[in-house]
Ligand binder design. Structure first.
Ligand code: PMP
Length: 388
């Protein structure tokens, strides 16, 4: 009954863990959930007000498929000024979430048998989107050691079409260094490859600077930037993402958008416009709070021998559990013995098998309670503490 294509992909592991947490909660268990990939803050008031205003004005119909002109122009201006990628609204497509942009891109550029290089571990949707579009993912390990030209070379073949990067990274929390970006860019140019650069966490940084690979020489014509408002403005439910792409690819993605979702929500698009046009202080406040939580988690986990580097961006700690078993085993123990729910690193690729992902998009109160439960469970003395 079901297609062969569908049999190539699994249910989303991150969503599945969230559902386990919810079920235990409904059974009355005092569950602490650290699986979520969404900020726990309210969407800032001025953004909600803009949506109410759009409703009052009757902006409740289809918009043009690529998005309202004002928003596309704003995104082009922001990308040109902040990311140093010289573009116009013709390069921009507004989508119902960044996820949809990723699917539209894969469907636009991949043919059956094309290979796609993913940095392993990689956020779960990349692999699924590649496979649904008929492509084959190839992993290059990137957790603590940097990506090198040679490692990309080793994973590539004559069928390689695309490289996917995501910096700041979900799940591993790194920010790609300028040097790595240069090597990836050189490799892409030398082999005439496209690059998907998922920059959705670009504002959630701890002392690091975001650089878009599209700003490097000869890269804009081969790079599709994926971005969105879900993380930066705590707007996951509004479903607004976007891509900035070479014009031909933007047109390809638009065709798929026209025949699938038509457009992103009209009301949410006006809210997104307000998010860009107003003070960015709300973003700074959220990032400062994430940083406080990050510091607590990293210190407390390292203390019990759960090794983790300081996340440089995004809101996930990628924690090495090998002092206590592999990531799957430790996830199960945490769930059974402490009602603490995390995502096993294996969900993100083979390189993540000795890790768990701990989201700190959870309240400080829950983080402290979770750390106390982990303390009680883990008796190993403090092992090698290290920071990036
Ligand atoms: N890219 C990455 C790397 C993500 O972690 C997520 C959310 N988990 C998304 C894209 C999806 O964002 P959106 O809500 O805009 O679909």
């Amino acid at each position: 009954m079901l297609s062969k294509r569908l049999s190539r992909i699994e249910e989303s592991a991150t969503i599945k863990m969230g559902q386990i947490a919810k079920k235990l909660q409904e059974e009355g268990k005092a569950v602490l959930n650290f699986t979520l990939g969404e900020p726990d803050f309210k969407t800032p008031e001025h953004i909600c007000e803009a949506a109410k205003h759009a409703l009052d004005l009757g902006y409740t119909h289809y918009t043009s498929s690529a998005g309202i002109d004002e928003l596309r122009e704003k995104i082009a201006k922001k990308t040109t000024e902040e990311n140093k990628v010289d573009c116009t609204m013709e390069n921009v497509i507004v989508t119902p979430g960044a996820k949809q942009a990723i699917y539209e891109l894969m469907m636009s550029v991949l043919d059956y048998g094309d290979e796609v290089i993913l940095l392993d571990p990689a956020w779960v949707t990349f692999e699924a989107a590649v496979k649904l579009a008929g492509g084959n993912p190839k992993g290059v390990k990137r957790i603590e050691e940097e990506v090198k030209y040679e490692s990309l070379e080793a994973a590539s073949s004559e069928n390689t079409k695309l490289i996917v990067i995501n910096s700041p990274n979900n799940p591993a929390g790194y920010v790609l260094s300028e040097n790595e970006l240069k090597e990836i860019a050189e490799f892409a140019v030398a082999h005439d490859l496209l690059v998907l650069s998922d920059e959705i966490y670009e504002k959630i940084l701890y002392g690091r600077r975001h650089i878009s690979i599209a700003s490097f020489d000869s890269m804009q014509e081969r790079t599709v930037i994926i971005n969105g408002l879900s993380k930066t403005y705590a707007m996951t439910g509004w479903r607004i993402g976007y891509a900035v792409a070479p014009a031909a690819i933007q047109k390809g993605m638009l065709k798929i958008q026209q025949h699938s979702v038509s457009c992103a929500s009209s009301i949410a698009q006006y809210a997104a416009l307000a998010a860009f046009e107003n003070s960015q202080e709300c973003v700074n406040e959220m990032v400062a709070e994430f940083e406080r939580r990050r510091d607590v988690i990293v210190k407390r986990l390292n203390k019990v021998g759960l090794r983790c580097l300081d996340p440089e961006g995004a809101f996930y700690a990628f924690v090495n559990t090998s002092n206590y078993g592999n990531g799957d085993e430790f996830t199960e123990r945490l769930l059974k013995d402490a009602y603490v729910v995390v995502t096993p690193g294996s969900a993100f690729g083979a390189a993540g098998k000795d890790y768990i992902r701990f989201s700190f998009a959870a309240s400080m109160e829950n983080i402290l309670a979770g750390m106390d439960r982990i303390d009680a469970m883990c008796t190993l003395p403090s092992s090698s503490k290290y920071s990036r």
